[in-house]
Ligand binder design. Structure first.
Ligand SMILES: Nc1ncnc2c1ncn2[C@@H]1O[C@H](COP(=O)(O)OP(=O)(O)OP(=O)(O)O)[C@@H](O)[C@H]1O
Length: 241
């Protein structure tokens, strides 16, 4: 494959990734020719104005959507051109998602919410280990309604990591949280990146969060406008906004 062969530690390789929703005059070009390589263990922050294509890119990387054209591979797997069944297996085996809203099941305890995922995972970690990673061991028998927003988001993170995903994809994980609570959630995400070596991609509207990334990708109108590498990553405690 010549120079198309990714380095061994490349997780994603995207070439000319494009996504168009709709047709004709109603067509929306959400992504327009994105080239990107993501390395194993990287912490990436995606920034860009509303409508710039951040969620579209994250959803395609996570196998929730498919590109209209271009190529995307995850390790040895081609995600562009993958069938629905292949994408489902990819998501199940490799990807943990965290969204702005936590989507926990209200009638189940923290431990039960996290345990649900282990039934469909090949090599899950013990449920209590995942809960300990997010600092919620003392709350394992509580129900979501008994937890703060930040604690609920940490349960969602435990649920995302219990299957030991290669990737943790987060779409506005602190969007619904206040300053201090948001920082606690970011600390949990940073710890998972460092301790478990999970590749992390975070979408945010908060440019201050970019300080904790290895690389910051700026999207504009469906294109990568620029990519910055942080010479010194900041801890969430060092961020201010
Ligand atoms: N399912 C869809 N059908 C039609 N258009 C869509 C669809 N999903 C996204 N779009 C459009 O594609 C463009 C990119 O949307 P996307 O959600 O990726 O942007 P974003 O940068 O994540 O925005 P935000 O910060 O507001 O979440 C927007 O113009 C949006 O309206």
């Amino acid at each position: 494959m010549g120079d198309a062969t990714p380095a061994a530690d490349t997780v994603f390789l995207a070439r000319q990734l494009s996504k168009t929703y709709g047709e004709g005059e109603a067509a929306v070009h959400a992504l327009r020719g994105v080239d990107l390589a993501v390395q194993r263990g990287e912490f990436i922050v995606l920034l860009g104005a509303s409508g710039s294509g951040k969620s579209t890119l994250l959803n395609i990387l996570g196998g929730l959507d498919i590109p209209s054209s271009g190529e995307l591979r995850f390790g040895d797997h081609w995600l562009s051109g993958a069938s629905e069944a292949e994408l489902t297996r990819y998501r199940r085996e490799h990807v943990g998602f965290v969204f702005q809203f936590y989507n926990l099941i209200p009638s189940l305890t923290v431990r039960e919410n996290v345990a649900l995922v282990t039934d469909i995972s090949a090599h899950p970690m013990p449920v209590d280990e995942a809960i300990a990673h997010v600092g919620l061991a003392p709350r394992a028998d509580h129900f979501p309604a008994q937890l703060s927003g930040g604690e609920q988001q940490r349960v969602a993170i435990a649920r995302a990591i219990v299957k030991r995903p290669d990737l943790l994809l987060c779409d506005e994980p602190t969007g619904a949280l206040d300053y201090q609570t948001g920082k606690l959630v970011l600390e949990v995400i940073a710890r998972i990146n460092q301790e478990l070596g999970t590749t992390v991609i975070v979408i945010t509207h908060n440019a201050a969060i970019a300080g904790m990334a290895d690389r910051v990708i700026h999207l504009s109108d469906g294109c990568i406008q620029r990519i910055e590498r942080n010479p010194h990553k900041l801890t969430p405690a060092e961020l201010s906004w």
